[in-house]
Structure formats: C-alpha cells, structure tokens
Design a protein around this ligand. Sequence first.
Ligand SMILES: Cc1ncc(COP(=O)(O)O)c(C=O)c1O
Length: 401
Amino acid sequence: MTADTHVPDPSTLQVALPAPSYDLRAWRERIPLLAHAVPMNNCSQAPQTDATRRAAESFLDSWGRDGMDWETWVAEVERARLSFARLINADADDVAVTSSVSQAVSALASALSFDGSRRRVLASGAEFPTVGQLWLAQEARGAVVDWVPLTADGTIDVAAYEPRLSERTAVVSASHAYFVNGAKQDVATIARLAHERGALLFVDAYQTLGTEPIDVKALGVDALAGGCLKYLMGTAGIAFLYVRRALAESFHPTVTGWFGRANPFAFDPARLDWATGARRFDGGTPPIVNAYIARAGLDIIHEVGPAAIAGWLRVLSGRLITGADERGLELYGTRDVDRKAPTTAIRVPGNSADVEQRLRQHGVIASARGNVVRLAPHFYSSLEDVDRALDALAYVLHHAA
Ligand SMILES: Cc1ncc(COP(=O)(O)O)c(C=O)c1O
C-alpha cells in the first residue's frame, strides 16, 4: 500500500440518499398523524397539518365570537380563489368556487348546448366516475358520449383521440391523471387535437393539482376542475373550476346561484345577470369553513413549491416501483415516473378493502379501489415511509389474515 492510499473506515462510510430540496423533517413535524401512522392515501385524503387545523379553528373562533362576519368570511373565500388561480397561472376572475368537482362539471355542462350538429362528448376511460356520469346525464339534453378506451396497463394512448374526434365533437373530457393508478395524460397534445376540430377540452386535474406545476395557459385547456382534499392538503366541501376568460364570458350556465350574479347583494330575484368570467359558475352561499382550510392547504403547496414537490414525488414513485418489484408485488399502471402522478397501484387478490384494513393494523393508511391498493405519497413522505408501506403490503399479501 502506498502512503497516499486512503482506506476509509467502513463505519464512517455514508451512502448519499436522495433528498428533497426543502426541509422534509420540518414539514413532517407539522403533521401530527406522522407520529403514529404512514399516510399513503393522498390520492384520497391528505393528512391534517398544524396550519389547516388552525385555519378551521380561526373560522370557529370568528363564528363563536362575532356570531356573524360575512365580510371577513367571504374575503377568505376570495383568498382561496386567488390562491388556486395563482397555482394554475390564472386570474381570480377565471376561477369559480364550487362545493365539489361534480358541481363544477354540472355547471360547466349546463352551459353547453347539445342540440346542434356538435353534440358529441369524447370522454377518456380514465375519468373519475362522477365526470363520466355527468357527461352521460347530458344525453337527455341531446349529447352523445364516446369513449377513449383504457389500455390493458391502465393508461390512455394519446393516439386514440384523433380518430374519435370530428367536427361533431363539442367537448373532450380528459382527466389529467387516472385516479386508479396515477397514469397521466398528455393534456397539451389533447388540447391541440381537440382545438384542431373546433372542440373544447375539459380537464379534471384533481389527482395532479398540488403535485406538479400546472399552467392552464401553457397546456391550452379550456376548462379545468379540482378539489382540495387530496394533494392540496384540504378537506371536502370545496372545489374550483377554471374556465378560459373569452369562453366563460360566452357561457350562461343553467346550474347557477346567486353568487354567480354580477352583484349577489343586489337581491333581485327577477334579474339574471352574469358575474365576470368564470365567477358566473359560482353557486349558492360559498363553502366558508372549507375555504379557510383550502387556503391554508394551498399556502403550503405554494410555500413548498410545485416544482420541488414534483421532483421529490418522482423519486418516491421510482422507489415504489422498484420496491414493488423487489417484493414480488404486481403493478397496475405505467412504470415511467415522468408519465405518472404520485399514485402507484398494486394489484391484490380478493377484497382490496380488506387489504386496506389490514394495512391499517400495520400503521399504513392506503386506499383500495377495485382490485388494487393505491399507495400515494406526497411532499412530506420519506423513503422510509415508502419502504414501510411496501413491507406492510408484502406482509399482508403473503400472510393470510
Ligand atoms: C380525479 C377525481 N375527480 C373527481 C373526484 C370527486 O369529485 P367530487 O367528489 O368533488 O365531485 C375524485 C375523487 O374523489 C377524483 O379523484
């Protein structure tokens, strides 16, 4: 051995593990659930943070203390609207506040007419049931729904859109990511194909909002909806609908309410006018307590940063995919981390709801759908969380209850 050969002491050797660009440990301390569980169910419900809890409490405090303070409460709804608008590179006037994605799509569909030569709706097989069902409900109004099928691996081939589009297509409905396995669709290409035929594109981005940068203008979408209880770190009861300004101004939804008026406080039942832009898709009294929580959740996503979140989620998706392979678990979905949202689906025999329950006994919160169990980490998740979830799933599947 020469004098300059350095033999490292094995006990000091450290393997550099990938890490996010933000302070993971600090964020984890703000999520009480992490003290006793591994939440891998963000495709269904994000955990509570100190900030979202405080936000809910601040509404309860105001209600308890002041009895009524509509001005402050409605201002909080406006803050949530603006925060969502910023997240998707839109203005507050381009966004409606609704109570659910179902209500958002109902209002949007009610503004479309299906009685002319353009009456076809082209929906992807990856739509969440409520969206597909809402388009089918429009058949009573003259719509005809066609489908872009799912492939065997639970993805959608973008090439399958073109032959199904025609001058009779009114609207294309493409979820950004499939709720079952996170497979993403190439929304920008679908927008271009739809627009070449004069059709509109609606995107349900519930499964991607909060997981990556989303720019409605760069994507070229005409309308986009999403709620708050998944990756936006909020709760049920509030959702948002973006509609491109020029288009929104030409719409007169029949699913409407007094908050969709130019001035809701004119209190004139005999006058139907329209609020600016997408605000006309607002309905009744807004979801106040939900808006408090939504804003706090959105603030977290802005603070951590969608691009930084996307970078870490790609690492976690990679770990889920290779870790599933190593444990002999069967994936349902794409293996390409650039073409998927954080959800990774593992096929399970028998009743997936039972597997979800048994995982709970191992401290892992997963989400069952059909014949898969979904593992869906978020920005606060660690590599150890992913490994623990996969170990628990492998154990549950290999050992009878
Ligand atoms: C992609 C997607 N769209 C829509 C929904 C449901 O929308 P809502 O219950 O707000 O109508 C979900 C899940 O609940 C979803 O995952």
